[in-house]
Design a protein around this ligand. Structure first.
Ligand SMILES: [Zn+2]
Length: 373
């Protein structure tokens, strides 16, 4: 069902019908999370997509109980009904895991080992970023992942892009070296880096709040903080292909006025259809949201096809990152911090004596074969 290098769209249930056509192409698919914690609504949407709408791309359902003010801790038991409903729908089964805080090794081990004894189940690991950033945490994390042997789906907590944080790229590569199929949920452009380094699939969020796990707001922030009715979403951003980064449409338009270069700003995606990408400035923030995410997903899908169509995925990704740093500077922007972290990986791996152990990606055990059948 999920092939190597699947680029998924991650959306909430109220966006799923709009996202379905975008996710129905080779090498793509859809991950849906509940809208306003309504799991029944999510399951009904999935049933409609599969049975009436005949959606044929990979479909996954994320209960996202690790998110929001009322999030569950990692020690919370899985809900057998949630697992059973996914099996009945015939979708790959994701655990409804709680959040793994920085010091919660028992919680981390509990999720992995409880998932490992369930048939064909992917352990969702919603992680405090220290688990990838810090060497000791990373060793503990990869030790438990190896010992459990269950496929994992990572969700990383950060205020913005987790891959901008030092050590997160290294930590992800360490997980990818564990020899278990690895998915990445709720990410942005780094989804491409993950796929080029052996992730089975990676899911890009439609809106900023679904491109990472937002830390729980402090209680002092007021009763409405973090709740949908009290939440003012950020103005929509779109992927700007030359700099491999999400940028506000207004910022792209301002850069365009300073650098009227048609090669940089023209976009051939199905939404822009040859127009300059800042055509969306003519729309209100609300009306921009849908074309901004459609454009972004289309651009990322095309980039994925180009990157995975080359002989050396890692080298091609690094070359893209290098070019994006150059283009960012040319436009007077700070390069996205994740670009430097990804670029550094190939340098580290090429230093004598610093070769990572040969990865076991591609090793397909029986559980994996069933997941990917
Ligand atoms: Zn476009």
């Amino acid at each position: 069902m999920l092939g190597d290098g699947t680029l998924l769209v991650y959306c909430s249930a109220n966006q799923a019908l709009r996202c379905a056509p975008i996710a129905e192409r080779p090498g793509a698919g859809l991950v849906i999370s509940p809208y306003q914690r309504d799991e029944a609504g999510l399951l009904a949407t999935a049933a409609y997509l599969l049975r009436q709408r005949r959606f044929e791309a990979p479909l996954l359902l994320d209960a996202a109980r690790y998110a929001g003010r009322a999030r569950l801790p990692a020690s919370a038991p899985f809900n057998p009904r949630w697992l059973r409903r996914q099996r009945e729908l015939g979708v790959p089964v994701l655990t409804d895991s709680g959040y793994v805080d920085s010091g919660d090794e028992p919680g981390l081990a509990g999720i992995l080992h409880r998932a490992a004894v369930l048939p064909d189940t992917i352990a969702v690991l919603p992680l405090h970023p220290i688990w990838l950033q810090d060497r000791l945490h990373r060793t503990v994390l990869t030790g438990h992942i190896r010992a459990a042997g269950a496929p994992v789906a990572l969700v990383l907590e950060a205020n913005r892009d987790p891959f901008a944080l030092p050590g997160v790229v290294e930590g992800l590569l360490a997980v990818l070296d564990c020899g278990v199929p690895t998915l990445l949920l709720r990410c942005d452009v780094s989804a491409l880096g993950a796929l080029c380094h052996g992730a089975r699939a990676a899911a890009v969020g439609t809106v900023a709040a679904l491109r990472h796990l937002t830390p729980r707001p402090p209680p002092a922030a007021g009763p409405a903080a973090g709740q949908p009715h009290g939440f003012r979403p950020a103005a929509p951003s779109a992927v700007f292909r030359p700099t491999l980064s999400y940028r506000r449409i207004g910022a792209i338009a301002r850069a365009h006025r300073r650098h009227p270069d048609p090669d940089l700003f023209g976009c051939a995606c199905t939404v822009c259809d040859g127009r300059d990408v800042d055509w969306m400035t003519a729309l209100s923030d609300r009306d921009r949201e849908v074309p901004a995410f459609e454009h972004s997903i289309r651009v990322l899908q095309d980039l994925r096809d180009e990157l995975l169509g080359t002989g050396d995925w890692k080298q091609s990704w690094t070359a893209r990152c290098t070019d994006a740093v150059y283009r960012s500077r040319e436009l007077g922007w700070d390069p996205a911090p994740m670009l430097r972290h990804w670029q550094r990986q190939l340098e580290v791996q090429r230093q004598p004596g610093m070769q990572r152990q040969p990865g076991m990606q591609g090793r397909t055990g029986p559980a994996v074969a069933r997941l990917t059948a």
